[in-house]
Design a protein around this ligand. Structure first.
Ligand code: NAP
Length: 344
């Protein structure tokens, strides 16, 4: 099997998991890592002797023979670095959020198309044995036409991130683009039979007097055609990491839940219940569910896409939509009104 030569740009908290995931995939090699500070460069070198380590990603793009670049940087750097990767002729896996503006998302889609390069976005929950089973059951008609979803997260506060980027509104964009973006993506995925979302109406508040723009509590109603809707809700003012998705359809209902000490745990607990005709049954989930597991499957799928031309789990268009749902929700917070969507 030909090896897909992969490079990683960004060796922070999540980038280190990407590196481990790439290194574990058959048919892929972790050829190079671009970090930044001397500390991150030294850590990447100590952890991955198999890879060439750079302190400047542009030098890496110029020097290395690469098929796929994986970008795991603070969100304000996604657009400029993703553009450089695509312009260098490499396929791209880009972490969420795809970019901080819809114009930048559209530019990346255009660039990937013009260069015939793969553009995949990091919504790894689509690869989950749990959240993916929910999708499979909905698509098989197990609950009839889906009518309502509540996707909810209860978790501890966000980490600062390198240089505090996650608490700087100019660098993070907003906090809806951090975690709720995954739930908007799941809702659109689960309701795909209804068509694209129509509008979003959001409310939020902050417990931080110095940072009212960084919302600890956030909820939104996402409307779909034919009266279908999803509620997305998150609090960061709690502890651990507990996520649920409750979905009702015309003939049945699903209740999925996932819990861990933190999002990146290797020891989660999770369950899926399915109700039809007054019977409730537990659906067994064979494989562990959790973002550290899904990350490996996500990168493996993108590696296959590069090698065999198979579809990626989450496209640039999907990334445009997940970013749009978050940015329009932020507009709704600002205006106090529901905000409609315009198709890309
Ligand atoms: N899909 C998911 O579930 C998920 C989960 C977590 C995070 N993410 C996303 O992943 C991205 C990174 O998050 P994180 O938590 O890993 O952040 P982080 O811990 O702050 O790491 C960011 C890293 O980027 C490095 N960096 C900054 N500028 C660079 C440059 N020009 N070249 C190379 N490296 C550079 C920083 O280097 P230094 O260490 O040298 O400062 C830091 O190591 C964010 O967009 C976040 O939204 C996604």
């Amino acid at each position: 099997m030909p090896q897909i030569r992969c490079a990683l740009i960004g060796y922070g908290a999540w980038g280190q998991h990407h590196a481990r995931a790439i290194a574990s995939i058959e048919g892929a090699s972790l050829t190079a890592i671009a970090a930044r500070s001397p500390e991150s460069v030294a850590k990447a070198r100590a952890d991955h002797a198999e890879a060439h380590i750079y302190a400047d990603y542009r030098e890496m793009l110029a020097e290395e023979e690469l098929n796929l670049c994986d970008v795991v940087l603070p969100s304000d750097l996604h657009f400029p670095v993703a553009r450089d990767v695509l312009e260098s002729g490499r396929h791209l896996l880009l972490e969420k959020p795809m970019a901080l503006t819809l114009d930048h998302c559209a530019q990346l889609i255009q660039l990937a198309k013009a260069r015939s390069r793969i553009l995949a976005i990091g919504h790894e929950l689509r690869l989950s044995s749990l959240w993916g089973k929910v999708k499979e059951l909905i698509d098989s008609g197990a609950i009839g036409e889906p009518l309502y979803a509540l996707i909810e997260l209860w978790r501890r506060p966000y980490r600062q991130g390198s240089g505090g980027w996650r608490y700087d509104i100019n660098r993070v964009g907003n906090w809806i683009l951090e975690e709720p973006i995954h739930f908007f993506d799941l809702a659109r995925w689960y309701f795909s039979s209804a068509g694209e979302p129509i509008s979003v109406y959001a409310t939020a508040n902050s417990k931080q007097p110095d940072h009212p723009e960084l919302h600890d509590n956030f909820s939104a109603i996402l409307k779909f055609p034919r009266g279908r809707y999803a509620v997305i809700s998150q609090t960061l003012a709690a502890w651990e990491h507990h996520q649920t998705a409750k979905i009702t359809g015309a003939t049945g209902a699903l209740w999925a839940s996932w819990s861990g000490a933190m999002d990146r745990t290797f020891e989660p607990t999770f369950s899926l219940k399915f109700q039809r005709a007054d019977q409730v049954e537990e659906i067994s989930i064979a494989k562990p569910s959790g973002e550290v597991y899904e990350l490996v499957d996500q990168i493996a799928a993108v590696v296959r896409a590069v090698r065999d031309g198979t579809p990626v789990p989450c496209t640039g268009r999907d990334g445009w939509w997940s970013t749009a749902m978050c940015l329009k929700a932020a507009d709704s917070l600002a205006t106090g009104q529901p905000v409609p969507f315009e198709e890309p």
